[in-house]
Design a protein around this ligand. Structure first.
Ligand SMILES: NC(=O)c1ccc[n+]([C@@H]2O[C@H](COP(=O)([O-])OP(=O)(O)OC[C@H]3O[C@@H](n4cnc5c(N)ncnc54)[C@H](OP(=O)(O)O)[C@@H]3O)[C@@H](O)[C@H]2O)c1
Ligand SMILES: [Zn+2]
Ligand SMILES: [Zn+2]
Length: 437
């Protein structure tokens, strides 16, 4: 990926962005320091007295807010985000070209207007679609791209017409940032199939504002595209539900593959696949994982609760399962061969494609008509079903299996994701790590 000089130029740009960002923060915090100096006497008694007030505001703030026992120190960070919200700039990590290498990037924060809310981003999952986009594999990258569409945040600003959420609510944002809300699909709550849908990153809102995703400190979003996160779901693990979760939940429901006793095949055991296994088991289905990696068998069965496991390139194992499945959900990002998969289905069985192979597969028409099989596709889900899915996950205790990483680990995480080396989703601890990069 790229030569040495390319990496050096990215590194230099990153250092210079960092410097610019720190400098602007210090200039702005200078005004706040004057105000704080006036209140110096009231600060006595806090640890503040031990620090020089000519230092940055961050040192002063550190002493004003008690460190939480779990070390997250959210109060301090939240206050800093509110300051940044006023300063109207956001720190994100962006890819600038097809190498997909991410580095710090500052962009303007749009105003929290009408029914918008502003979130301080706490966590963001890394979806395979982020990887495809930053490397321009789908030929649609609009650099600089700040990816991230599995966003968990806390509301820090509410527009005057926003009524769904209040300050401090914990919310999730997925793929969608806008839709027309008046077409047939929108009126059926399928905003995900609106022809005017806009993604929360790598896209533009109807007023021309560019969207930047969740690998950033804040996000402004119309409240319609945010969902409430139930209290019992651990915030650091729930992010993958916002894309991976809904992408498997919606098609299983729409195609009747949510019924106890039915046999579901899940092709590809990654971020989407592992959640499909969990949903299938929550519905009381028999679930078989079809994977290219035999070493995933133990995790599939012992940790995720799958009933059986097939290695996709084992002709013997594939033959033994022929004609047994009511439906298969393809969550693999790899090349797709339809014939072997169709052979696993019963008559009238359904093959649902959510994974997006770069090269389109050949269509085996005779295999379809000879046993009345269906091939269909699905893309994320509507806003109502996104909330429904999160609430169902909360009731059924469906929690993604994640590896939590720091913001500056993101390039390594992307390389590992590309190699399939993650169990089963990376989640970036944005709030606790983005400002130290
Ligand atoms: N339709 C939608 O709305 C939607 C939404 C989100 C994502 N997606 C797409 O869904 C796919 C999966 O996303 P994800 O985030 O779950 O990805 P992921 O975590 O990387 O998992 C993909 C899985 O695909 C299999 N795979 C990857 N490369 C392969 C190869 N060369 N040959 C065979 N199998 C390979 C692996 O499973 P095994 O090791 O078990 O074979 C891997 O774990 C991606 O194509 C993504 O773009 C679609
Ligand atoms: Zn996604
Ligand atoms: Zn619409």
């Amino acid at each position: 990926m790229g030569d040495r000089s390319h990496y050096e130029s990215i590194r230099n740009a990153r250092i210079s962005e960092n410097k610019k960002w720190r400098k602007s923060r210090q200039t702005k915090t200078g005004c706040a320091l004057i105000a704080l100096k006036k209140k110096e006497s009231t600060l006595t008694g806090y640890a503040t007295g031990k620090h020089s007030l000519s230092s940055t505001l961050e040192i002063v703030m550190f002493s004003l807010f008690e460190e939480k026992k779990d070390g997250t120190n959210w109060d301090r960070n939240l206050r800093r985000e509110r300051d940044m919200a006023r300063e109207e700039q956001i720190l994100g990590w962006a890819a600038r070209d097809t190498t997909g290498v991410l580095s710090p990037f500052i962009f303007p924060k749009r105003a929290t207007k009408g029914d918008d809310i502003t979130l301080k981003i706490l966590y963001c999952g890394i979806c395979h679609s982020d990887l495809c986009t930053i490397k321009n594999e789908w030929r649609n990258a609009r650099y600089p791209v700040v990816p991230g569409h599995e966003v968990i945040g806390v509301v820090i600003e509410v527009g005057h017409d926003a009524h769904k959420f209040k300050i401090d609510d914990k919310v999730g944002v997925g793929y969608l940032a806008s839709a027309c809300l008046s077409c047939e699909n929108c009126s059926l709550d399928y905003e995900n199939y609106c022809r005017k849908r806009v993604c929360c990153f790598n896209a533009s809102l109807p007023d021309g504002t560019k969207t930047y995703g969740g690998f950033s400190s804040m996000m402004v979003i119309n409240e319609h595209y945010a969902v409430k996160i139930p209290e019992n779901l651990p915030l650091e693990k729930v992010a993958p539900m916002l894309c991976a979760g809904i992408t498997v939940y919606a098609p299983l429901k729409h195609h009747g593959l949510d019924q106890a006793g039915k046999h579901l095949g899940v092709l590809g055991l990654g971020g989407l696949g592992h959640l499909a296994v969990k949903f299938g088991k929550a519905y009381g289905m028999r679930v078989t994982v079809i994977s290219s990696r035999p070493e995933k068998k133990k995790e599939a069965i012992e940790e995720l609760g799958a009933d059986s496991f097939i290695v996709s390139n084992s002709a013997e194992q594939m033959k033994a399962a022929m004609g047994t499945m009511d439906g298969i959900l393809n969550t693999s990002s790899g090349p797709l061969s339809l014939r072997p998969l169709l052979s696993l289905l019963k008559t009238y069985g359904k093959l649902i494609l959510v994974g997006s192979p770069i090269k389109p597969p050949e269509l085996p028409v005779f295999d379809l008509l000879s046993e009345a099989k269906t091939i269909t596709g699905s893309m994320i889900g509507g806003m109502e079903e996104l909330q429904e899915m999160i609430d169902f996950a909360s009731e059924q205790n469906i929690i993604p299996q994640v590896e939590i990483v720091a913001m500056d680990y993101v390039n390594t995480a992307m390389e590992r994701l590309e190699k399939g080396d993650v169990r089963f989703r990376f989640v970036i601890d944005v709030a606790n790590t983005i400002h130290s990069t």
